[in-house]
Ligand binder design. Structure first.
Ligand code: KIV
Ligand code: ZN
Length: 531
């Protein structure tokens, strides 16, 4: 195989490495929703999870393999440590996919060998070779990662990679596990691999990197210049600690600066052919979906998908942009799918109009999801005369969010004001169907609501993040509330949208508590295994 692909392969690990972020835990239906959107976005490979880690992870990988892993869909991949039991679980989980991949890894840096694995280099070499060969007995598409490659001794790394390729690895992935390298160092590492691993032309060189020093994307771009042809990244850059390389930043860098990158892929500089398979117009929607479902907010100044990424505040900039956009804009917001916020529907719009606008926006809902979303749409349209595309997205994302339906919020009522004690009454239906009513006084209306809910759902927790954002401008805008709460050392998130922000706050809290409650019910769980 030529170690040169015609384009850059995008390997999305939002559902595996991204999900390892505290509080990002997604349930199976949410993972499936994201996987479908990743397929629409056009990623080449979805790392759907770590099948051996827990029965839930196995089921998620397996379901994504069944539903999203079609002939024309992306490759579905599962992570596996270099152990037989992990590899076997990965192989079973990806089984239903038309194109499945096993991604197996073992650490190669001396610090990991000494303290984590307690193994010699010789032992690691033998394990890598044996486990890649074992994985190959299940499927042809095998990826091998020498974990902490960024801090591994290059000569040893070359040897491990050569043995892994000889045993059947078709992709060798070079992780900067701790986000330690600088762009020129990372580029040189890839160059060294190309020049010193004798059989490297039989595999694709992939890169994986964490953002501890904020350098992951820069490192990847340097890696491409030196021969890397697969990028492992996540939506919004979510992931362990400071996160992974952000997909949207990589894609737009390759798009906006394609004349610069073309020659490194053996193309004429002026070639207009896209460097990746990604449909850039799906980027914004995917970012919003991942943020809503994981509860991980996108910082306003985040490149590409942050709320301010296309906003011009200074008078000089605004003046320039009005005269010619190119004065201060290097890309058009429409390229990432950030459309004009058109008013599209209203109180009298029917189901068909609702369904067809959703289709135009790229949402294919099941009949049940559509029914639920339509009821919500009517409720919102009653309060807010004009419904825009952004409102529709908020309604749909809220409806397809699959927080376990254990406690149901039936009523929330508050009384507050300058001379009143904020008091809230809530009615909740328990998982057993019993109706429970309670009331509380708080420092403000949201505090009172949360205290009242806590009196019903008696699970100790600490609220660690609460944020309200309005979907559109205007006094009647839908408010989106995202919260994160901690129970012992675990974080759970909740999200809800409503024109009434007190109701949205209550619902977001109940959603997070339902996740926590579901998790508690499943205790004790098998030991969690993190890469
Ligand atoms: O960061 C890392 O090293 C990983 C590997 C499992 C690829 O996530
Ligand atoms: Zn990682």
């Amino acid at each position: 195989m030529e170690n040169k692909s015609e384009r850059i392969i995008i390997f999305d690990t939002t559902l595996r490495d991204g999900e390892q972020c505290p509080g990002a835990t997604l349930n199976i239906d949410e993972k499936l929703t994201i996987a479908k959107q990743l397929a629409r976005l056009g990623v080449d490979v979805i790392e759907a999870g770590f099948a051996f880690a827990s029965p839930g992870d196995f089921e998620a990988v397996n379901k994504i393999a069944q539903i999203v892993g079609t002939e024309t869909g992306p490759v579905i991949c599962s992570l596996a440590r270099a152990r037989k039991e992990d590899i076997k679980a990965a192989a079973q989980a990806i089984g239903p996919a038309a194109k499945g991949r096993i991604h197996t890894f073992i650490a190669t840096s001396d610090i990991h060998l000494k303290y984590k694995l307690k193994k010699t280099r010789k032992e690691v070499l033998a394990i890598a070779e044996e486990m890649v060969a074992y994985a190959k007995s299940f499927t042809d598409d095998i990826e091998f990662s020498p974990e902490d490659a960024g801090r591994s001794e290059p000569e040893f790394l070359y040897e491990v990679l050569e043995r892994a390729i000889a045993a059947g690895a078709t992709t060798v992935n070079i992780p900067d596990t701790v986000g330690y390298t600088t762009p020129s160092e990372f580029g040189a590492l890839i160059k060294g691999i190309k020049e010193n691993v004798r059989n490297i032309d039989q595999a694709i060189i992939s890169v994986h990197g964490h953002n501890d020093l904020g350098l992951a994307v820069a490192n990847f771009l340097e890696a491409i210049k030196n021969g890397a042809r697969q990028l492992e990244c996540t939506i919004n850059g979510i992931g362990e600690r400071a996160g992974n390389a952000a997909l949207e930043e990589l894609i737009m860098a390759l798009h906006v600066r394609r004349q610069y990158f073309n020659p490194f892929l053996g193309r004429p500089a002026e070639s207009e052919e896209p460097l990746t398979n990604i449909d850039t117009r799906q980027i914004y929607k995917t970012s919003r979906m991942v943020s809503n479902l994981t509860g991980l907010l996108v910082q306003p100044n985040k490149a590409i998908v942050g709320a301010n990424a296309f906003a011009h505040e200074s008078g000089i900039h605004q003046d320039g942009v009005l005269k010619n956009k190119l004065t201060y804009e290097i890309m058009d917001a429409q390229l990432i799918g950030l459309t004009e916020n058109q008013i599209v529907l209203g109180k009298h719009s029917g189901r068909n109009a609702f369904r067809s606008r959703l289709r135009e926006l790229g949402y294919e809902l099941t009949e049940t999801e559509l029914n639920k979303a339509f009821v919500r749409f009517k409720e919102v349209a009653d309060k807010k005369k004009e419904i825009s595309d952004w409102d529709l997205e908020a309604i749909v994302n809220d409806e397809i969010q699959q927080a376990p339906d254990l406690f149901k919020l039936e009523l929330v009522q508050v009384s507050c004001g300058s001379n009143a004690k904020p008091t809230a009454t809530v009615t909740l239906r328990t998982p057993e169907g019993e109706e429970l009513i309670d009331a509380a006084i708080g420092t403000g209306p949201v505090d009172a609501v949360y205290k009242a809910i806590n009196r019903v759902i008696k699970v100790p927790n600490q609220l660690i993040e609460f944020s309200v954002q309005s979907v559109t401008a205007g006094i009647d805008a839908i408010g989106e509330v995202t919260i994160r709460l901690r129970h012992e050392d675990r974080v759970f998130s909740g999200h809800a949208a409503n024109t009434d922000i007190i109701v949205a706050s209550a619902q977001a809290y109940v959603n997070a508590l339902n996740r926590l409650y579901a998790w508690l019910q499943n205790q004790p769980q098998p030991e969690e295994v993190n890469a």
